[in-house]
Design a protein around this ligand. Structure first.
Ligand code: ZN
Length: 276
C-alpha cells in the first residue's frame, strides 16, 4: 500500500498482548479470566495440540480475542526441513481454524526460532502477519512483521532469585514507560502458573489502563499504523470498533472513549466491541 495512504501512528501509548498457548487448561483459563476482568484484547497463538486437547476453552477464548497459530506441536522450526516445517505450520493452523470455526491470520514460531524456510511457508500460504522475530532477521516478503518487545515474562528467574510475582510485571510496566508501543508476550504457563501470578498480571493490566495505555489487536494495529487492510470479520469475531480501547456498554471498565480527533478513532466503521 502507498505509505501516504497509511494513517499516522497513534500518539498515545500502546500495548499489543501476544499470548502463546501451550500450557495447561488451568493456566490458560486463569490468563483468559484475567484478560476478561481487565477487559483487554489479545492475540492468542494456539498450538494445534492445545486446540485438540481443550477445544471448548479455545472456542470460549475465540469469542473474546483474536486467535492465531503457533505450529502443531511446538517444535524448534530451525531444526526441521522445509517439508517438516510446512507440515507443522499448516497442520497447526488447520487444527486451530477447525476448532474455532474461522480463519486465522497470524503466526508465531515457537521460542521465536525460525529460518528462511519458515518465511517461505508463511508467504506461500498467505499468512498476513508474523509475530516471531526477536533473534533472527529475515526479509519477510509479503508477510507483515509485528516484533515482540521482550521475549517472555521469565518467571523461573524471578522465582529463583526470590522476587514477588508482581515484580515480574514491573519489567513490563517499565517497558511501557520506555517505549510508545510494546508488543508483550504472555505465556499461560508463566503468568497463569499460580493464582498469585495471575493476580500480578491483572495488577499490571489495570495499572496500564489507568495510565491510559491502549490495547490493540494486531491486525487493527497494522491497519492503523501501516494501512494494511483489515479482513472481513465474521459475525462472531471480536472487533475493537474503538480503535484499541476496550469498553463495554456501561463503561464499567473505567475508560474514556477515544477522542474524535484521534487517528485510531477514524478507523473502520464500528462493528462490534469486545463482549464480556
Ligand atoms: Zn510457544
Amino acid at each position: 500500500m502507498n505509505s501516504s495512504e497509511a494513517p499516522a501512528a497513534p500518539e498515545h501509548r500502546n500495548v499489543i498482548l501476544c499470548c502463546d498457548c501451550e500450557g495447561t487448561y488451568e493456566q490458560l483459563r486463569r490468563v483468559h479470566r484475567v484478560f476478561q476482568r481487565a477487559q483487554v484484547p489479545a492475540n492468542f497463538f494456539f498450538v494445534g495440540q492445545t486446540a485438540e486437547a481443550m477445544p471448548d476453552l479455545v472456542r470460549e477464548i475465540a469469542r473474546h480475542h483474536q486467535c492465531e497459530s503457533h505450529t502443531y506441536s511446538h517444535p524448534n522450526l530451525r531444526r526441521l526441513s522445509y517439508t517438516e516445517q510446512r507440515h507443522e505450520i499448516l497442520r497447526g493452523r488447520q487444527v486451530v481454524e477447525d476448532c474455532i470455526g474461522r480463519p486465522t491470520r497470524g503466526f508465531r514460531a515457537p521460542m521465536h526460532c525460525m529460518n528462511r524456510d519458515t518465511v517461505r511457508v508463511l508467504n506461500e500460504e498467505s499468512f498476513v502477519f508474523d509475530a516471531s522475530r526477536l533473534y533472527f532477521r529475515y526479509h519477510m516478503g509479503k508477510v507483515e512483521e509485528i516484533n515482540p518487545t521482550w521475549f517472555r515474562e521469565w518467571m523461573p528467574l524471578y522465582e529463583w532469585i526470590g522476587l514477588r510475582p508482581r515484580t515480574a510485571f514491573r519489567l513490563f510496566r517499565l517497558l511501557t514507560r520506555l517505549k510508545r508501543t510494546c508488543v508483550l508476550p504472555v505465556h499461560p504457563h508463566y503468568s497463569g502458573k499460580t493464582p498469585e501470578l495471575a493476580r500480578a498480571l491483572l495488577w499490571f493490566l489495570n495499572d496500564a489502563r489507568r495510565r491510559g495505555i491502549r490495547f490493540w489487536y494486531i491486525d487493527e494495529w497494522l491497519k492503523a499504523t501501516r494501512g494494511v487492510p483489515l479482513p472481513e470479520r465474521g459475525p462472531d469475531e471480536p472487533f475493537l470498533s474503538t480503535g484499541g480501547l476496550v469498553a463495554d456498554a456501561r463503561g464499567s471498565a473505567g475508560m474514556a472513549p477515544p477522542s474524535a480527533s484521534s487517528s485510531a478513532a477514524r478507523l473502520a466503521a464500528p462493528e462490534r466491541m469486545l463482549s464480556r
